[in-house]
Design a protein around this ligand. Structure first.
Ligand code: SF4
Length: 268
């Protein structure tokens, strides 16, 4: 987070954590406490890198094959830009799961999409009335018959159910932030429902899955509605007041995920 003349700048991707446990957000983004990245998070980074290269090459009119983009997956695992705690696995083992998942996306998801932007970057979107500036990137913006829509890629061991369903519950507010950012970044309205592209991580071909879930985002809860403040104003108020309470019921209230865990007074 940065602060310019009472205008606080926050990465949009961190807002979900701010609402989940403000004290954990403060530890990471203000006190800069760090934990090594998990192997699962690094797998996600690697698959994002490979698939982005694949999709961007098509947008550029110079399409690369999935194999030609696989180097980006390998690099992210073999030469990570941050410390990674591989725990009971290794970069090589994670690579054996990440590469087929990258291939699955390239074969089964990408050909069905009509992207207009890949990793669309928004330098800053300022809400002067609440003193908040958002920055960040949006995985994909796609063209549909209902207008432009965003797509967010999520990897994980429960990303796609056995029946192909992608879990969308709980993501409406975060995706609404991405919609606002994407609209600002490309200068066009985002009107179509958002997609979550789920990529199920598994060691076997049988367990590996890819699917797409559609979600109506919650833009209405982000902004003030004339009677009650929206989520962004709540976030800005918390940030300006420096008022960060803890949520020990968070699913990430765990020494593996929270750098403030050891001394946290909210757990008592
Ligand atoms: S230990 Fe739990 S309650 Fe405390 S900051 Fe971390 S996640 Fe939040």
């Amino acid at each position: 987070m940065s602060n310019t003349c009472n205008q606080l700048s926050v990465r949009a991707s961190s807002l979900g954590e701010l609402f989940d446990c403000p004290a954990r957000w403060e530890a990471k983004h203000i006190r800069r406490l760090r934990l090594p990245r998990s192997a699962a998070a690094q797998l996600g980074t690697a698959v994002h890198a490979g698939t982005a290269l694949f999709d961007q090459s098509r947008l550029d009119g110079n399409p690369l094959s999935a194999d030609e983009c696989a180097g980006a997956v390998v690099d992210a695992l073999q030469k990570p830009s941050e410390d990674v705690d591989w725990e009971d696995t290794s970069a090589a083992e994670v690579e054996r799961m990440a590469l087929p998942l990258h291939g699955l996306y390239c074969r089964e998801i990408a050909p069905r999409q009509d992207y207009v932007a890949v990793e669309a970057a928004c330098e800053s979107l300022t809400f002067t009335d609440i003193g908040l500036t958002l920055t960040g990137t949006v995985d994909r913006v796609r063209a549909t018959q209902d207008g432009l829509g965003i797509a967010d890629i999520k990897t994980g061991k429960t990303a796609v159910a056995a029946d192909g369903t992608v879990k969308t519950q709980g993501h409406a507010a975060q995706l609404a932030v991405y919609e606002i950012l994407a609209g600002h970044a490309i200068g066009r309205p985002i009107d179509a429902p958002a997609q979550i592209i789920g990529l199920q991580v598994a060691k076997t071909d049988k367990g590996r899955r890819a699917g797409v879930g559609t979600i109506q985002t919650a833009r209405d809860v982000l902004l003030d509605d004339g009677e009650s403040p929206g989520l962004l104003r709540h976030a800005a108020n918390m940030l300006h007041r420096g008022d960060f309470y803890g949520n020990p019921r968070s699913q990430l209230c765990n020494p593996k995920y929270c750098p403030a865990y050891a001394g946290c007074r909210w757990r008592k």
